[in-house]
Ligand binder design. Structure first.
Ligand SMILES: Cc1cc2nc3c(=O)[nH]c(=O)nc-3n(C[C@H](O)[C@H](O)[C@H](O)COP(=O)(O)OP(=O)(O)OC[C@H]3O[C@@H](n4cnc5c(N)ncnc54)[C@H](O)[C@@H]3O)c2cc1C
Length: 394
């Protein structure tokens, strides 16, 4: 006899783990997560961990705000005094040169304020008071969000999985899903390398491996995989964790930067290089490109002009045409929901998206609408394109 569960989540990254936790917390009695490797072993492990509510897309702002509240009280959410999201609220500064990007920063900050978020525009003197390392002569608009910062994706994901287990959910690592069980237009479970498992509802949260899941379901998905490098620079003085996360729309690579243990973490905001291989996140770095980006970082933070390059790694984004996720039901197919296409900004949204997906899997109305993220939005001509265009700032 196959195992039977009310809900099965495929994928033990931050999205799957958050969803499993919320399923258990919402009272799902038999919830199971299947992960073919280890918890947090996919893109989540390679994430920069930046959390902010600054977006030009209103539904993202609402989800990011609800998620930030959960990161802030992670121990309370998980009902575990030892749980820790590793949140550092260093603040988030976004700077733009004169022109279109500057107007979008102003509009986005106005929208956020209209939604009750504590943020605003700074003049150069105020920005320098918060971040004395900055060079701002070419900057026109400076947005600032005090409550934002960064958190620890590994701690968050393992925390969600542990709390879900405590609430009665099951986590099976080292178990690969190899297909779906199907009766007509209904998915009734999953096939694994350890046998079939029946499920009332299935969530596919397998990130860059989503094309395989789509093939099992027999659907096309709007989806690509892109490679993104990050690297670390060290200056003579320590780049301390009280310095805000920085998004530099004036740099050619639209860099993002944050403190990491006294060093500067730098990532590009460009579209990345396409790949078809989800199994190889470590792609050899283009040294010239890294050095060029390091020089761009030093334009904004001149203390890094002689900065030493410490290390770098690359990771993969599951990218959609509008750089926003696809969430929820698949038309014409019951019993399965999807969560893919986080396009480099899924960590900051994960706690609330986990709750919304869990509610949807249990047949409840999600606290915030999944509708903007429906898979059909591209065919309907309603992509969720932000005013920043493509890129993870969205
Ligand atoms: C370099 C980099 C920097 C980033 N920086 C940020 C940032 O600063 N802020 C932010 O908000 N977001 C950031 N992101 C994005 C964010 O990290 C991701 O959106 C998020 O971690 C994705 O989580 P996930 O659960 O969807 O995927 P994953 O963590 O990849 O998890 C998917 C899991 O599915 C499992 N799996 C796949 N196939 C199967 C199968 N057949 N059976 C069982 N299990 C399977 C995999 O083993 C994997 O563990 C960054 C991403 C990268 C790569």
């Amino acid at each position: 006899m196959p195992d039977t569960y009310d809900a099965v989540v495929i994928g033990g990254g931050v999205i799957g783990a958050a969803t499993l936790f919320h399923l258990a917390r919402l009272g799902c009695r038999r919830a199971l997560l299947l992960e073919r490797g280890d918890i947090a072993g996919g893109s989540t492990a390679l994430s920069s961990g930046i959390v902010r509510t600054h977006y030009s897309v209103a539904p993202n702002v609402a989800i990011a705000r609800a998620s930030l509240r959960m990161f802030e009280d992670f121990a309370g959410l998980l009902d575990d005094p030892e749980a820790d999201a590793g949140l550092v609220r260093s603040g988030y500064l976004i700077v733009a040169p004169p022109g279109g990007a500057s107007a979008v920063v102003r509009q986005s900050v106005a929208m956020q304020r209209g939604m009750g978020i504590e943020c605003g525009l700074l003049d150069r003197a105020d920005a320098l008071a918060r971040h004395p390392w900055l060079h701002l002569d070419d900057i026109d608009a400076i947005g600032f969000e005090a409550e934002a910062g960064f958190a620890d994706p590994y701690l968050v994901t393992t925390g969600f999985a542990r709390a879900a287990r405590r609430l009665g959910a099951e986590v099976r690592t080292g178990t690969a899903v190899t297909g779906l069980l199907r009766e007509g237009d209904r998915i009734t479970g999953v096939q694994t390398d350890a046998g079939p498992i029946h499920a009332g509802a299935v969530l596919s949260a397998v990130n860059v491996w989503s094309r395989a899941a789509a093939a099992w379901a027999g659907i096309d998905i709007p989806f690509g995989i892109t490679v993104h490098h990050i690297f670390f620079l060290m200056a003579d003085a320590a780049y301390t964790s009280d310095l805000p996360v920085l998004k530099d729309l004036a740099s050619p690579a639209r860099l993002y930067m944050r403190p990491q243990g006294g060093t500067l973490m730098v990532g590009s905001g460009l579209d990345g290089t396409e790949t078809t291989d989800p199994d190889t996140p470590q792609v050899e770095a283009d040294t010239d490109a890294l050095l060029d980006e390091a020089a761009q970082a030093a334009e904004r933070l001149p203390a890094f002009a002689e900065g030493r390059l410490l290390r770098s790694w690359s990771g993969l984004y599951d990218t959609t045409p509008d750089w926003n996720p696809v969430l929820g039901r698949v038309p014409g197919l019951d019993g399965i929901q999807v969560a893919f296409g986080f396009s480099g900004h899924g960590f900051k949204l994960s706690p609330m998206i986990g709750r919304m997906l869990a509610q949807s899997l249990l047949g409840q109305e999600p606290d915030l609408p999944l509708h903007p993220y429906r898979i059909t939005r591209y065919a309907e001509g309603e992509p969720l394109v932000g005013a920043y265009g493509t890129g993870a700032v969205s």
